[in-house]
Design a binder for this molecule. Structure first.
Ligand code: ADP
Ligand code: MG
Length: 728
C-alpha cells in the first residue's frame, strides 16, 4: 500500500502553478475597493449620516438610532452594488481567530416576494451566544448572552469567497452585563488612554496645537509554507500547526542561502494572490521576502493606527489561509513549527504620532523638540522597566513558549536596546558623562543635539525583544500566531499610565517654581536612574545575558502559566482598574481563559504525540527490526558465523532500546495528562501540563528521531523535515 508520505511526495512534484489575475497592473486601481471607505461613504451616505459617522470616529461619540438606520441603508446599497448577499458582525473573541455569523439581506415579504433589508439595529448590535466563546466564567456568574456592537472607527469591508460576498462589520464583543469578551473592547480603551495622556503632556509642555494623537503600529508577519499534501501526511502539522517529532535535516539554514533569496515560483504566485485580496481590503502591504529558515517568509504593511493595524493583521492571516487552499499550501503561523530551525515572530513596530504630524519617538535636529522626543523616549524606558513582567505576560502562549529563550529567539527576559548613540546621549545628559562622539555637554538643554547620523543609520540588534529602531520601538517578542491586541493593550496602557505620572511629577516641580525645562530634565533624570537596568546592548541570545540579567534583578520567566500571573498581580490590577481598561472580573476571566487555552493546546499535542508514536513510529521500528531479524536468520542458514551477524544484532538491540523508551514514556505521558486534569483550578492544571506533561515530549521525540535516523527510509511513514521544507 502506498503510504501518505509517498503519495505526498508524488503530488508535490506534480503540482502546477495556479494562475492569478490581479484586477489591474496598478495596485492603486483596486486598493480599498472592498472597503466602505471615506470615498464610498461620501457617495452612499447622506451628508447628515456621513457627518455623524466621521464625528463619531473623531470624537468617540455614539451614533443615534435614526442616523444608524441611514448609515445601514447606505452601507447596504454600497454592498449590493458590489454583489454582496450577506452581512456579518466581525469580531475578535479570545479564541485567537476572528468570528463571523452570516445573515442574509434577503427577507421574504407577506405578498410572497422578497426584498433586501438591512436596518440600523442590525448594524449597531447583534447577539451571538456568549457561552460558545471563551468567557472565563463570566457566563456562570452572570448571563449566557453576549452582544456585538459596531466599532465605527474601523471601516466595514467586503470579504470575497469563491462564490459569494459578505459585508463584514467590525465590532466589539461584550457579555450582557458589559464585560469585554474580546480583544478589541479593551484595546479601544487602552488607545483612548494613550491618546489622552499624549495630548495632555504635549499640550502642557511642548506644543499647544496638539489636540489629538494616535499610537501607530506596523506589524511584520513571519510564516512558513508547507504543501497541503505534506500536511495531510503529518497529522501533527494538521492538528497542532507544528511538528511534534522529526529529525533535523542535514541541510537547514546553516548556509544562510534562503534569507532574501529568490522566491520559488509557486510561492510567488501565492503571494501575488493574497496580496491582491489584501489590497482590495485596504491592507497596505509593502514588503515580501524569504526569511532565514527554509520555507519561511515574511510580509509587512505600512504602519497604521493601532486598531486598524490589528484588524488588518487579523484579516491578513485569514486571507492568507483562504488563498493558500487554492494554491495547495498550508500557512503555518505557529511560533515554532520545526525544532532546530528558526521560529516565527510578529514584530510590532510602535510609535506615537500627533495631529500636528510629529512622530514623538523620532529625534530631530531641533533642541526644543528634542526635549519632547527625550521625554517620550525616557518614559517608554520607565514604563517597560516598571511593567516588564506584564509585558512578558502579554506575549505568553503555548506556541511562543518554544521560541522565547530557545535558540535563535529573543529571551524571555524583557530588556530594551537603544543603540550606542542613544546610550551616549542619555548618559551624557543624565549621568553627566561627556559623550565622545556626540560632543554633548552635561545637562544643558540647549545642546540636546542629536546627530543627523542617528536619523538614518540606527544600530541594529536583532536579538533584543524590544528595540529602538530610529523613529519607533520594535516589540519583537510577540508570537507569529498572536493577536497583537494583547501586546498593544499592555504597551499602550503602561505608557499612558507612565505619561500621567510624568505629568504629575513635572507639575509638582512647576508648582514649586522650577523652570519648565529644568523640571522636565530633573524628572527624566530620576526615571533614567531608576530604570536604566532594563537597557541592554549586548547579545540577547547569549548565556552571559541570562547571568547578567539575574544579577541586575531582571526576571526570566520561561513558562507561560507563571508568566501569566503578572496579569493578576497587585500592581497590574491597579494599573488596569485605575486606567479603566479592565475591571477585576474581566481581568480574572482573561487570566482564566489564557491558562485554559494553554492547557488545551498542550493536551492536544500530548495526546497526538502519544498516538503518532504508537501508531506510526513504533510500527516502523518493529518492521525494520523484523527485516533485520530475518536477515540474521538467513545469514545463519547460509553458514555465516556470529561475528558476521554482529552488526545486524546490534541494530536490532538499538531499535529495541528506542522502542522501549518511547513505549514507557507514552504510558507515563497518558498518566500525567490524566493527573494534570485532576489538579483542581486552572492555574494548577496549567502548571501540571507545563511541568509534568510537557517534559515527557522530549524523551519520546528523541527516541523517535533516533528511529527515523536508523529505520529503512521505505518503512518510514511520516514526511521528513527535508521533504516538508525543501520539496516544492
Ligand atoms: P525594518 O528594517 O525593521 O524592516 P522598516 O522601516 O521596513 O524596518 O519598517 C518595518 C515596519 O515598521 C513597517 O511596517 C513600517 O511601516 C513600520 N514603521 C515605520 N515607521 C513607523 C512608525 N513611526 N510607527 C509604527 N510603525 C512604523
Ligand atoms: Mg523589523
Amino acid at each position: 500500500m502506498l503510504t501518505l508520505r509517498s503519495k505526498a511526495l508524488d503530488t508535490v512534484q506534480n503540482r502546477k502553478s495556479v494562475s492569478v489575475n490581479p484586477p489591474s497592473t496598478k495596485i492603486s486601481d483596486y486598493f480599498n475597493i472592498n472597503v466602505f471607505s471615506d470615498t464610498s461613504m461620501k457617495e452612499f451616505l447622506s451628508k447628515e449620516a456621513y457627518n455623524a459617522v466621521t464625528t463619531a470616529v473623531k470624537n468617540g461619540r455614539k451614533i443615534d438610532r435614526a442616523i444608524a438606520d441611514q448609515v445601514a441603508s447606505g452601507m447596504k446599497h454600497w454592498a449590493l452594488s458590489r454583489g454582496v448577499t450577506h452581512y456579518t458582525h466581525w469580531f475578535q473573541p479570545l479564541t485567537g481567530a476572528t468570528a463571523e455569523k452570516h445573515d442574509s439581506f434577503f427577507e421574504p415579504t407577506e405578498d410572497g416576494r422578497a426584498i433586501e433589508k438591512f436596518a440600523g439595529g442590525a448594524l449597531v448590535q447583534q447577539e451571538p451566544d456568549a457561552s460558545s466563546f471563551p468567557n472565563g466564567g463570566i457566563r456562570n456568574t452572570f448571563e449566557a448572552r453576549g452582544y456585538t456592537a459596531w466599532d465605527p472607527s474601523s471601516p466595514a469591508f467586503i470579504m470575497e469567497g469563491y462564490n459569494g460576498k459578505t459585508l463584514c462589520i467590525p465590532t466589539i464583543f461584550v457579555s450582557y452585563t458589559g464585560e469585554a469578551l474580546d480583544y478589541k473592547a479593551p484595546l479601544l480603551k487602552a488607545l483612548n488612554a494613550i491618546e489622552k495622556s499624549v495630548v495632555d503632556v504635549c499640550s502642557a509642555y511642548f506644543d499647544k496645537n496638539v489636540t489629538k494623537s494616535f499610537a501607530s503600529l506596523g506589524i511584520e508577519q513571519e510564516y512558513f509554507l508547507v504543501d497541503e499534501a505534506m500536511c495531510i501526511a503529518r497529522p501533527d502539522l494538521m492538528l497542532t500547526g507544528r511538528t511534534l517529532m522529526g529529525l533535523s535535516p542535514e541541510k537547514g539554514q546553516q548556509l544562510e542561502d534562503h534569507y532574501f533569496g529568490s522566491i520559488p515560483p509557486r510561492v510567488y504566485d501565492f503571494m501575488v494572490d493574497y496580496e491582491t485580496e489584501c489590497y482590495k481590503l485596504g491592507i497596505p502591504l509593502k514588503t515580501r521576502h524569504n526569511e532565514v529558515a527554509p520555507s519561511q517568509y515574511e510580509c509587512a504593511p505600512n504602519f497604521e493606527e493601532v486598531n486598524i493595524a490589528i484588524d488588518h493583521n487579523q484579516l491578513l492571516m485569514d486571507v492568507m489561509e483562504k488563498v493558500a487552499i487554492k494554491h495547495k499550501f498550508k500557512v503555518l503561523f505557529h511560533e515554532k513549527p520545526f525544532a532546530g530551525i528558526n521560529g516565527s515572530g510578529k514584530h510590532n513596530n510602535w510609535s506615537l504620532i500627533t495631529n500636528t504630524g510629529t512622530n514623538l519617538l523620532s529625534p530631530t535636529k531641533n533642541p526644543e523638540t528634542n526635549l519632547q522626543f527625550l521625554s517620550f523616549f525616557v518614559n517608554v524606558i520607565k514604563a517597560v522597566h516598571d511593567h516588564a513582567d506584564l509585558l512578558r505576560a502579554s506575549i505568553a502562549s503555548a506556541g511562543n513558549e518554544h521560541r522565547l529563550g530557545a535558540n535563535e529567539a529573543p529571551p524571555a527576559i524583557m530588556s530594551i536596546f537603544i543603540g550606542s548613540q542613544m546610550t551616549e546621549i542619555l548618559e551624557s545628559i543624565f549621568s553627566n558623562k561627556t559623550a565622545s562622539r556626540t560632543n554633548i555637554k552635561a545637562t544643558s538643554i540647549d545642546v540636546i543635539n542629536i546627530p543627523d547620523i542617528l536619523l538614518d543609520n540606527t544600530d541594529r540588534n536583532r536579538t533584543s525583544p524590544f528595540a529602538f529602531t530610529g523613529n519607533k520601538f520594535e516589540f519583537r517578542a510577540v508570537g507569529s500566531s498572536a493577536n497583537c491586541a494583547n501586546a498593544m493593550i499592555v504597551l499602550n496602557t503602561i505608557m499612558a499610565d507612565q505619561l500621567n505620572a510624568f505629568k504629575r511629577d513635572v507639575d509638582l516641580l512647576l508648582k514649586k517654581g522650577k523652570k519648565k525645562e529644568e523640571a522636565i530634565v530633573e524628572i527624566l533624570k530620576g526615571y533614567y536612574k531608576l530604570s536604566k537596568k532594563i537597557l541592554f546592548e549586548g547579545n540577547g541570545y547569549g548565556e552571559e545575558w541570562v547571568k547578567e540579567a539575574a544579577k541586575r534583578g531582571l526576571n526570566n520567566i520561561k513558562n507561560t502559566p507563571e508568566a501569566l500571573n503578572a496579569y493578576i498581580s497587585k500592581k497590574s490590577r491597579s494599573l488596569f482598574v485605575d486606567n479603566k481598561i479592565f475591571n477585576e472580573v474581566e481581568l480574572e476571566a482573561r487570566y482564566e481563559i489564557m491558562q485554559e487555552l494553554y492547557v488545551k493546546k498542550i493536551d492536544i499535542e500530548a495526546k497526538l504525540l502519544a498516538q503518532l508514536a504508537t501508531s506510526h513510529v513504533i510500527p516502523a521500528g518493529i518492521a525494520y527490526q523484523r527485516n533485520l531479524a530475518e536477515s540474521v536468520k538467513a545469514m545463519k542458514e547460509a553458514g555465516l558465523s556470529k561475528g558476521d551477524t554482529a552488526v545486524q544484532i546490534e541494530m536490532i538491540k538499538n531499535l529495541a532500546t528506542h522502542i522501549k523508551t518511547i513505549s514507557v514514556n507514552v504510558n507515563k505521558l497518558l498518566q500525567e495528562i490524566d493527573k494534570a486534569h485532576h489538579l483542581g483550578d486552572t492555574h494548577k492544571t496549567a502548571l501540571g501540563f507545563c511541568n509534568k506533561v510537557k517534559p515527557l515530549f522530549e524523551p519520546i521525540r528523541k527516541s523517535s528521531d533516533a528511529l527515523e535516523f536508523l529505520v529503512d527510509d521505505e518503512l518510514w511513514k511520516l514526511p521528513k523535515y527535508r521533504e516538508m521544507l525543501f520539496v516544492k
